[in-house]
Design a protein around this ligand. Structure first.
Ligand SMILES: [Cu+2]
Length: 172
């Protein structure tokens, strides 16, 4: 099977128009790179099993919802998310800023076969359950979503509210 990229002739056409000096209006309509990338450290970092303070169960279903979709933690907590896919199709839980998730989702839509695996996500086949351990080091909102094509648009997203202040310890 042979694929022909439809954007290529257009780019060539645009290029020749620009060279001919007739392309200023078209140049304005060309794609602009979204430069700003959120600081990934803001959402926290992978945690270790020894640090886990709490387990939170999250269920993913084919009606494109996380249950619960709203989770509250305290700054400094390390949470073991026990994530289940009780649907019949693949789902995933990906942590990120809203901007990062949107950008990642757009990339997934362009390339649905893209395999993506990272510390901040867990992709599960139908019926599977898995763990993701995450340390929430900063107060604020950490978003999560399923970036499988169509799922994010259908509202498969949620958030973790990280309350300010370290969890109390018994240091003297
Ligand atoms: Cu999904």
């Amino acid at each position: 099977m042979k694929f022909i990229c439809p954007s290529r002739p257009l780019q060539l056409l645009l290029g020749s128009l620009l060279l001919a000096g007739a392309g200023s209006a078209l140049a304005d309509a060309s794609h602009h790179q979204h430069g700003a990338s959120a600081d990934s450290a803001a959402i926290g970092q992978p945690g270790s099993a020894a640090q886990v303070s709490r387990t939170v169960k999250v269920d993913m279903t084919d009606n494109m919802r996380f249950t619960p979709a709203s989770i509250k933690v305290r700054q400094g907590e390390t949470i073991r998310f026990v994530i289940s896919n009780s649907g019949k199709i693949r789902h995933e839980m990906v942590f990120g800023s809203d901007a990062d998730l949107k950008a990642h989702y757009a990339a997934m839509l362009k390339n649905p076969e893209m395999e993506h695996a990272d510390d901040n996500q867990l992709t599960l086949a139908a019926g599977r359950t898995g763990d993701l351990i995450w340390t929430f080091s900063n107060a604020g909102l950490v978003n999560f979503a399923c970036l499988q094509p169509g799922h994010y648009d259908a509202g498969m997203k949620g958030s973790v509210t990280v309350a300010a202040g370290k969890t109390s310890s018994h240091q003297h």
